[in-house]
Design a protein around this ligand. Structure first.
Ligand code: HEM
Length: 500
């Protein structure tokens, strides 16, 4: 099996043009952003009859293997060299990278109808595992699923998760106790991934998966190791590829089984199976999400439910765990910010567990998480395919073009941020940013449905942990980001937890 890069940037394997030709605007055009090119560069050969140029970019086909070695450096260099809209060829695809907030907004929001997730590399990567859930579906199918799920993720709904979050974090601290006493290292990144997985499944499904949480975490890891690994052609190490794929296949079976079991247990617990009032008939509480989906008229098959549940679980736990790992890392590297966070936690909570009601009083915690997601966005790249022709920044976009927006690039763009490489949580102190500049949760209609859940969870976990321990990165650990499905610490995040 050929595996693909875990992001939308690098590859495509489908012939898309004919598939989209039918969907293109019959008038042959769509809404456009009619602005002058900001970085026109030399006119690219290939300007068409309309006279509009193609964006600048490297003329040669990009070697996928080389790009995969350092994707973050590659996209950063592209932006630096060619400007705010760039074009290159890779893996048989034409790829645009948009590095201005207005362009991101155009594709994700204003002209979002002209851009689809279908046939993006993310689609090819995620669909075999997640089927046709909220993350992977498109058009009317997506809109129906979004209507169904959104109420359970409103800010007012997710507040009820607070007890689950703090109890699970307190239990984790308890498990850490021997390591804390011995001063021995803890694989914090792995533990946080298991923690957020347990919290999410418990909150969404009302199921306690403590017994299988570890296996679930390992399965997710196996999935990431396979789909996050680019295999050049010819494959230099077929045995390694075969092993990754076998692990992926086993993981997929495991994840499917667990998800089906959880659904079956909800059915057995008396959840209605059809005919209910899908959304309005519940109190909108997030704990009722699976019940809500199971009681709808339109999403009753086990396959549909499996897709949705697995989508939410997969989309929601690793991302949140990475945001926490990076926050803890940055706080360790910035003792003065860590001291502010600790002072706030002690003052506001006085030793008791935090609740959702405390969140407005924990701004330093929240800003630390927000700034960590700026510097290390767990989702570092978003991609779409152009359905019909378009114009962005004065440049022509042809149907089928793979259009990418990278949070990594936008969040560190020197034109838009003071000292972009520095950790300064105070940036989020009441400041407002240009629309679609700060995109940890994406933008437009397809903005992360779980964003309120994620922020609530991240702040409550952070406050609960730092109330009890100080976390220090072990000496000598090379901390560097690795851009796979999520932006993860390449060598893990091994830390020593010191008692406070
Ligand atoms: C820090 C944590 C999180 C980050 C950084 C994050 C980031 C994102 C981003 C960038 C997107 C948009 C992708 C695109 O436009 O292609 C997205 C979509 C999504 N996220 Fe999250 N997410 C997080 C947590 C969660 C949680 C906790 C859940 C569920 C409980 C969740 C569920 C989803 C789903 C279902 C979608 C697809 C939404 C749609 O297409 O309508 N995410 N997320």
């Amino acid at each position: 099996m050929r595996t693909y890069s875990a992001n939308s940037f690098c590859v495509s394997r489908r012939a898309y043009a004919s598939a989209y030709a039918a969907a293109a605007d019959p008038k042959g055009h769509t809404d456009v952003v009619r602005t002058a090119p900001t970085h026109p560069g030399p006119r690219t050969p290939g300007s068409d009859r309309s006279g509009l140029p193609l964006p600048p970019g490297p003329p040669e086909e990009i070697d996928m293997a080389v790009m995969r070695e350092a994707p973050l450096a590659f996209i950063t260099d592209l932006a630096r060299t060619y400007g705010d809209i760039t074009r290159h060829r890779a893996g048989g695809d034409t790829v645009y990278l948009l590095n201005r907030p207005e362009y991101a907004r155009h594709v994700l929001k204003d002209n979002g109808a002209n851009y689809t997730k279908q046939d993006t590399p993310d689609d090819a990567m995620l669909r075999p595992l997640l089927g046709n859930g909220l993350l992977t579906s498109n058009g009317a199918d997506w809109a129906r699923q979004r209507r169904l799920t959104a109420p359970a993720f409103r800010p007012s709904s997710v507040r009820s998760f607070d007890g689950i979050v703090t109890e699970a974090t307190t239990a984790l601290l308890e498990r850490w106790r021997p390591s804390v006493e011995a001063g021995s290292p803890i694989a914090v990144d792995d533990h946080l991934t298991a923690l957020t997985l347990g919290i999410l499944t418990h909150a969404i499904l009302g199921a306690d998966i403590d017994g299988i949480g570890e296996g679930f975490g390992r399965a997710v890891d196996a999935v990431n190791r396979c789909i996050g690994h680019y295999v050049p052609d010819p494959d230099p190490d077929p045995a390694d590829t075969a092993q990754r794929y076998a692990a992926f296949s086993r993981a997929r079976v495991f994840l499917n089984t667990v998800t089906r079991t959880l659904i079956a247990s909800r059915r057995a617990a008396g959840c209605p199976v059809s005919g209910g009032d899908a959304v309005g008939g519940t109190d909108g509480g997030a704990g009722n999400l699976l019940d809500t989906m199971m009681s709808g008229d339109h999403l009753v098959s086990d396959e549909d439910l499996r897709d949705q549940v697995l989508t939410i679980v997969m989309a929601g736990h690793e991302t949140t765990a990475k945001s926490l790992s990076w926050t803890l890392y940055l706080l360790d590297r910035h003792p003065e910010e860590a001291a502010r966070v600790r002072e706030e936690i002690d003052r506001v909570l006085g030793g008791r567990p935090p609740t959702a009601a405390d969140l407005p009083d924990l701004p330093a915690c929240r800003r630390a998480v927000q700034e960590a997601m700026r510097l290390y966005p767990p989702v570092w790249l978003i991609s779409r395919r152009a359905i019909g022709p378009d114009v962005i920044g004065g440049y022509r976009v042809e149907p089928g073009t793979l259009v990418c927006v990278s949070q990594w690039v936008l969040h560190r763009h020197p034109d838009h941020w003071d000292a972009p490489e520095e950790f300064r949580p105070d940036r989020f102190d009441g400041a407002s940013f240009p629309s679609h500049l700060y995109l940890p949760f994406g933008g437009g209609d397809r903005i992360c449905v779980g964003q309120h859940f994620a922020l609530l969870e991240a702040v409550l976990v952070l406050a609960t942990l730092l109330q009890s321990v100080r976390l220090e990165v072990v000496d000598g650990l090379a901390v560097e980001p690795e851009a796979l499905v999520t932006l993860r610490p390449k060598n893990g995040m091994t830390m020593i937890a010191r008692p406070r």
